[in-house]
Design a protein around this ligand. Structure first.
Ligand code: GAR
Length: 228
């Protein structure tokens, strides 16, 4: 049972969080990373990526956002931010594979080099994973390998752990199991409820996702150089 109560009380989201690897100098590339982004819901992580690019931290461009839910918050954000948004409604596809084939085609058509799952609430198949080997990354609201799958924050609260967090990792066939790129941890206070903890984790997600994308970008670009 967490014993410590929130020291700030008024703003539990403001405190030094531990991010590893620590945010340092943002890498610059010979040309901006060409990103596709996938989102299912509110889209705050998508907007955090956009903001990190707009302020000059993340050397990238978001060429297209794909959403699977019509009218979701992410699509509204894309409209406001002037980023192209494509709807690929999973309910209209015969199988996960057929959906992923269409996603891969959409991204390839835009000459996307890597794809960020920024709040994508669907399991992806090898059809998409193999179309972007090592270049499909996901953010998950737990310190993996703890609390994989659905409702990670609920699982975490139920478990009684005192530290929560978020992880950005490469996507492999096994859900939430790919190599970890970066993690951020946050405390759980004794008076926390789901809403407060979610907010605290998401505050860090918005810092972590752009940074982890930059770290991954260094690997993607150095792999390209090695391959000639
Ligand atoms: C984020 O907290 C993200 O970690 C989570 O969905 C939320 C999306 O928020 N993703 C998963 O649970 C994936 N398994 P957003 O739409 O505001 O970015």
């Amino acid at each position: 049972m967490p014993a410590q109560s929130d020291p700030s009380q008024t703003d539990s989201e403001c405190y030094p969080a531990l991010i590893v690897p620590a945010i340092g100098t943002w890498p610059r590339f010979d040309s901006p990373l060409r990103l596709g982004v996938m989102a299912s819901g509110t889209g705050t992580n998508f907007e955090a990526l956009h903001d990190a690019i707009a302020c000059g931290d993340l050397d990238a461009q978001i060429r297209v956002l794909v959403v699977n839910n019509p009218g979701c918050g992410a699509s509204e954000r894309a409209r406001r931010l002037g980023i192209r948004c494509e709807l690929r409604d999973h309910r209209r596809f015969a199988s996960r594979e057929a959906m992923d084939q269409e996603l891969a085609r959409t991204f390839k058509n835009e000459d996307i080099e890597a794809v960020v799952m920024a709040g994508w609430m669907r399991i992806v198949t090898p059809v998409l994973i193999d179309a972007f080997p090592g270049r499909l990354i996901n953010i998950h609201p737990s310190l993996l390998p703890s609390f994989k799958g659905m409702d990670a924050i609920g699982q975490c609260l139920k478990s009684g752990v005192t530290i929560a967090g978020c992880t950005v990792h490469e996507v492999l066939k096994d859900v939430d199991a790919g190599p970890i790129l970066a993690q951020a941890s946050v405390p759980i206070f004794c008076d926390d409820d789901r809403e407060r903890l979610t907010r605290r984790i998401q505050t860090q997600e918005h810092r972590l996702l752009p940074w982890a994308t930059a770290i991954a970008g260094q690997r993607w670009r150095s792999a390209r150089e090695t391959q000639g």
